[in-house]
Design a protein around this ligand. Structure first.
Ligand code: XMP
Length: 416
């Protein structure tokens, strides 16, 4: 893009992501590059200024010398973060930044970039209904219209109303949209399986099979699109080249041998909240734009023990109530992820004067910025009480609700 850009030249692993984020919050576009980038690399990026992070005074001095012919303003960050005021003054006074970067303009730039990359070729996108793939779909649809085909595979492990919400958002757009309800296939493969890792493997493999079959029906496709986002790239070490690419991270491990010309990853330089902002800009419904993270294996890893259609329906209803009450309490944006787990435990209960023996549901809610660590969310007792009352009243197969008060570590966010 030919907009003003500040490059954050990162020499290690410290505050780079945060700094990139903060520069963008000040309406100046920023990109991360490895400390080892050459003079030519930096020239190509044509930034209006450089910020050095994660290095020593020695690293910075030699780099500054190497890049001296560019005569760019340089800010050197040692240890933790520059203060806002320092950063702001560097951008305004030294870099003469116009502070005019915004999502509307960026959307236009991305649309143009997609057109240039794929031309008249055909692009295929596996749409999960999550924020990232949905924003990709909206963006690609705007850029190439009918040359885009989106495939939504319903593995039967989606949340209540989710398949319909995703179809409603995309079906009548100017793109080819394929909805494949493959629930029965997935459930048949999962029949009797209790081991969490086995469940994940089965779901991942079956997804690939269904996707391949559907892709095969539409003829020649040149590019595969995926909703990789900036943290995926940063966390996998691509900036400094110290790690491996998470292969097809966002599409559940799609096979590499389908024979595509290449990948289209239009939002790979955006942070999660920027992806949401872009989605809003592109007119996606609130229900999709604000969607919390949802694992590829879906409700399959939220049912302990064997997965059945009956249990899935019970879980969907309970999960819907929890989400509804959190939203009504105005807490939806304060909690990073919240959902219900259907445990494999039944317990004794009482309904009027009759003994019952029904499922125990667990509520899980966490606060996290990176999901590598997480704190359990302090949801007020009156909200929890309402959720418990509603679940035990409205979902006839659940008679006990517990609240998970463990952080990560030692537990993980998902139960399986
Ligand atoms: P854990 O359970 O590992 O979850 O603490 C961390 C975050 O990752 C999500 N998660 C997944 N996402 N495929 C995904 O796309 C998966 O297999 C998967 N497992 C966990 C989880 O929902 C949380 O946001």
């Amino acid at each position: 893009m030919d907009k003003q850009k500040v490059v954050i030249l990162d020499f290690g692993k410290s505050v780079k992501q945060l700094t990139a984020r903060r520069v963008r919050d000040m309406k100046v576009y920023s990109e991360l590059m490895a400390g080892a980038s050459t003079l030519d690399d930096i020239k190509k990026a044509s930034p209006i200024g450089l910020i050095f992070t994660g290095g020593t005074a020695g690293d910075y001095t030699s780099k500054e010398r190497e890049l001296s012919e560019l005569s760019l303003p340089i800010m050197k960050v040692f240890g933790s973060e520059p203060a806002d005021i320092e950063l702001e003054s560097f951008l305004t006074e030294k870099c003469r930044a116009a502070h005019d970067w915004n999502m509307r303009q960026y959307a236009e730039v991305l649309v143009e970039e997609i057109r240039q990359q794929v031309g008249d070729n055909k692009v295929l996108l596996a749409l999960s209904g999550g924020v990232d793939s949905s924003v990709c779909a909206a963006l690609l649809s705007k850029a190439i219209g009918k040359n885009l085909t989106c495939i939504l595979v319903n593995h039967g492990l989606m949340r209540k109303n989710e398949p319909q919400e995703v179809q409603d958002a995309f079906r009548d757009k100017d793109m080819n949209f394929i909805y494949k309800d493959a629930s029965d296939r997935f459930l048949a493969k999962l029949d009797g399986v209790t081991d969490p890792e086995k469940k994940r493997k089965i779901i991942g493999e079956e997804f690939i099979r269904v996707f391949e079959e559907e892709a095969g029906k539409i003829g020649k496709v040149d590019y595969l699109a995926q909703g990789t986002i900036y943290p995926d790239i940063i966390e996998s070490g691509l900036i400094n080249g110290e790690g491996l690419i998470k292969s097809h991270h966002n599409v559940g491990g799609l096979p590499e041998n389908i024979g595509f010309k290449g990948l289209v990853e239009p939002i790979k330089l955006l942070f999660k909240d920027e992806v949401r902002a872009l989605g809003k800009e592109l007119g996606l419904p609130e229900s999709i734009v604000t969607r919390q993270p949802f694992p590829g294996p879906g409700l399959g890893v939220r049912i302990i023990g064997p997965i059945t259609k009956e249990k899935l329906d019970i879980l969907r209803d309970a999960d819907y109530i929890f989400r509804d009450e959190v939203a009504k309490a105005g807490m939806a944006q304060d909690i990073s992820q919240y959902f219900v787990v259907l445990t494999d435990t039944r317990s004794t209960g009482v309904d009027r004067d009759t003994r019952t023996y029904k499922y125990t549901a667990a509520l899980r809610a966490i606060i996290s910025s990176d999901f590598m660590t997480a704190k359990w969310a302090r949801i007020p007792f009156d909200v929890l009480e309402k959720v418990s009352e509603r679940i035990t009243t409205e979902v006839t197969d659940i008679s006990r609700v517990v609240y998970d008060i463990t952080s990560k570590p030692p537990s993980t966010v998902e139960w399986e």
